[in-house]
Design a protein around this ligand. Structure first.
Ligand code: PXP
Length: 238
């Protein structure tokens, strides 16, 4: 199981102060050094966290695999064709959402998505679609000729352990089996954390997880002790 680390929220923290730090590119390099097999960032239309400058630098710096999450718009396609990430993950995007809220409705948007996907693939970019664990949607994604799918684990992740969560997990398992059966590479992500990731890790058809928020949150708390000690040491210099 490969781990792709989403670094968006290092940029969220930077933008909270419109500052130069924390530097998301540095976060990407540290994540790679610690064993991440891929780096993910989402360039949103409103540029609320990742900017084009970040994307260009990440393209230069990332040694593993750069996955650009984006909406299927003409603006984003142009940027992707210029920057050439290794993978483009197509996601739905609503301006007022806090985070991506669900998978892309490929069935409703197939006329637009078909040529959109092919144009990216012609440029050598592998295309992924973020998709709910819904067999019909996954079948349509397969018909569109995408290279891989990322199954949305958001519903599973939002539930507490119990019957409803077991059902959501079973949907992810079924979706993974169906996707792999179509010849697609199967990834998963959204809302995964240190408490809920293991049942997803156990699904043999899933080869990669995309995880962001919980890792950034743990890094902030885990790094706090040292950060305070370093500042205290400077205050001792008087
Ligand atoms: N996959 C997709 C398509 C996403 O949009 C996100 C959130 O940016 C993630 C995975 C990672 O989710 P989280 O930050 O909850 O780990």
């Amino acid at each position: 199981m490969r781990l792709a680390v989403n670094i968006d929220h290092f940029a969220t923290l930077r933008e909270a102060r419109k500052s130069a730090e924390p530097e998301p590119v540095l976060a990407a390099l540290i994540a790679e050094q610690a064993g991440a097999e891929g780096i993910v960032c989402h360039l949103r239309r409103d540029r609320r966290h990742i900017k084009e400058r970040d994307l260009l630098l990440l393209r230069e710096a990332v040694k593993t695999k750069l996955n650009l999450e984006m909406a299927a718009t003409a603006e984003m396609q142009k940027i992707a064709l210029k920057v050439k990430p290794d993978v483009v993950s197509l996601v739905p995007e609503r301006p007022e959402e806090l985070t991506t809220e669900g998978g892309l409705n490929v069935a409703a948007d197939r006329v637009h998505l078909g040529p959109f996907v092919r144009r990216l693939q012609k440029a050598g970019i592998r295309v992924s679609i973020f998709i709910d664990p819904d067999i019909g949607q996954i079948r349509t994604a397969g018909e569109l000729g995408v290279d891989l799918i990322e199954i949305n684990t958001g519903k599973y992740a939002d539930l507490k352990p119990g019957i409803a969560r077991d059902e959501a997990l079973a949907q992810v398992m079924e979706a993974a089996e169906f996707g792999l059966g179509l010849g697609l590479e199967v990834h998963a992500g959204h809302g995964l954390n240190y408490h809920n990731v293991l049942p997803i890790v156990a699904i043999p058809q899933i080869s990669e997880l995309s995880i962001g928020f919980s890792i950034v949150a743990r890094a902030a708390i885990g790094g706090l002790d040292n950060a305070v000690r370093e500042m205290r040491a400077l205050l001792e210099k008087r």
